[in-house]
Design a protein around this ligand. Structure first.
Ligand SMILES: *[C@@H]1O[C@H](CO)[C@@H](O)[C@H](O)[C@H]1NC(C)=O
Length: 193
C-alpha cells in the first residue's frame, strides 16, 4: 500500500524549494550601463570602431548580443602585452582594484600565449568566430576585423566576492613588442539581484 505524504512533509518540501529558488535568484548578477571609448593617440595603430552589447542590463545567466569591429594598421604578434587597470568607485573616489587570480588590475605579458591556452593551436576557433572566418590566434594581420551581431549565452559566472556591486571603469593598454598599439577605456556597473 502506498502511503500518502503527510501535509507537513509537503509543506516542508515546498519551503526548502522556495528557499533554494530565492538563493538561486539572489546570485544573478547584472551588468549595466556598459560604455567604451578608444584612448590612444589619434594615429593609434589599433582602434575599436564598434562595440555594441545588448541588452542593458545584461543578466548573468542570460543571453547577450554583441557586435564588434576594429582595425589594426600593424600586425599583432607575440609579445602582445595588455596592461589593464580596473578601478571601482568608492564614496566618490576611484580606487584601483588589485590583481587577484588574474582578475583586476593585471598585466598580461603575452596575450598570444593566453589565446593558445584557451584554444589550442590547430583547433577550430570557437563560434561565432569560426563562422565569420575571424582568427583567434596570433599573429593578427593588419586589417579590418568585424563580428556581425551575434548572440551568446552567458552562464552564471562566479564572480569573485570582492567584485561587488558598484561602478567600475577600466583602461586597457595594448602594446606589441614594446610599442604602444592601442588603448581602450570601458565603464560599467555591477549589481547582484
Ligand atoms: C599599467 O598602466 C598603469 C596606468 O596607466 C600604470 O600606472 C602602470 O605603471 C602600468 N603598469 C605596467 C607594469 O606597465
Amino acid at each position: 500500500m502506498r502511503r500518502a505524504l503527510s501535509p507537513l512533509v509537503c509543506l516542508g518540501v515546498a519551503a526548502v524549494c522556495a528557499r533554494l529558488c530565492v538563493a538561486e535568484a539572489a546570485r544573478h548578477t547584472q551588468l549595466l550601463r556598459f560604455s567604451w571609448k578608444n584612448c590612444g593617440p589619434p594615429d593609434s595603430p589599433a582602434v575599436l570602431k564598434i562595440l555594441t552589447i545588448s541588452p542593458d542590463p545584461i543578466v548573468m545567466p542570460g543571453d547577450l548580443t554583441v557586435e564588434a569591429a576594429g582595425r589594426t594598421s600593424v600586425m599583432l604578434r607575440s609579445m602582445l602585452r595588455v596592461n589593464l587597470t580596473l578601478e571601482k568607485e568608492v564614496a566618490g573616489f576611484w580606487v584601483k582594484v588589485p590583481c587577484l587570480d588574474e582578475i583586476g588590475s593585471c598585466v598580461y605579458p603575452d596575450v598570444c600565449q593566453l589565446l593558445n591556452m584557451v584554444v589550442p593551436p590547430g583547433q577550430d576557433c570557437p563560434e561565432p568566430l569560426h563562422t565569420y572566418g575571424l582568427p583567434c590566434h596570433c599573429p593578427f594581420k593588419a586589417g579590418d576585423y568585424s563580428l556581425p551581431k551575434s548572440d551568446f549565452y552567458l552562464p552564471n559566472v562566479d564572480l569573485p566576492n570582492w567584485l561587488t556591486n558598484g561602478n567600475y571603469r577600466a583602461q586597457v593598454f595594448l602594446s606589441n613588442q614594446q610599442k604602444d598599439v592601442g588603448c581602450l577605456k570601458v565603464s560599467f556597473s555591477l549589481q547582484t539581484i
